[in-house]
Design a protein around this ligand. Structure first.
Ligand code: HEC
Length: 135
């Protein structure tokens, strides 16, 4: 026991650092995947030109709410909020999830790939939209 305790203390002290590192790795992997799968149409910040709506602060944002973007009627009228679950369904089968959207089909079915992209989208969403919407 006497020998185990210091080891345990060390492990516990390292745990938060490990969690941070893991999160950083997820965000970095998510950025690489975003650059490959989404970046050609989506800017990660609201100031850069973007064919699709910019995705800065997209997490928990109301769908179709970027003021000057010309959305499809389907997306604008959907009334949904971009929760992690909605973003997963969208990545998996966007035009099945929302018939009539003008976003070309992306079929990201791998949950780990979704996890990484979600971690990246969260990292570019510093604004707490849940507080804004009161949800
Ligand atoms: C070929 C271009 C293209 C690619 C690739 C693409 N998108 Fe889109 N995306 C669009 C367009 C266009 C829209 C607007 C759709 C509409 O109005 O129906 C859109 C809309 C969205 C929205 C809704 C945003 C809002 O303001 O409501 C999200 C979220 C989104 N895309 C995420 C992604 C993610 C994540 C990826 C990569 C996995 C991706 N998109 C890949 C073109 C693209």
């Amino acid at each position: 026991m006497a020998r185990i305790l210091p080891t345990l203390a060390l492990l516990l002290a390292a745990a938060p650092a490990f969690a941070d590192t893991f999160e950083e790795v997820k965000v970095a992997a998510g950025k690489t995947l975003f650059d490959a799968e989404c970046r050609r149409c989506h800017a990660p910040n609201a100031t850069d030109p973007s064919y699709g709506p910019p995705l800065e602060n997209v997490l928990n944002r109301a769908a179709g709410s970027v003021g000057n973007y010309d959305y499809s009627i389907a997306l604008e009228a959907s009334g949904i909020v971009w929760t992690p679950a909605a973003l997963r369904a969208w990545m998996e089968d966007n035009d099945g999830f929302m018939p009539g959207t003008k976003m070309r089909h992306v079929g990201i079915e791998d949950r780990t790939v979704q996890d990484f992209i979600l971690a990246y989208l969260a990292s570019i969403s510093p604004q707490d939209n849940t507080a804004v919407d009161g949800e």
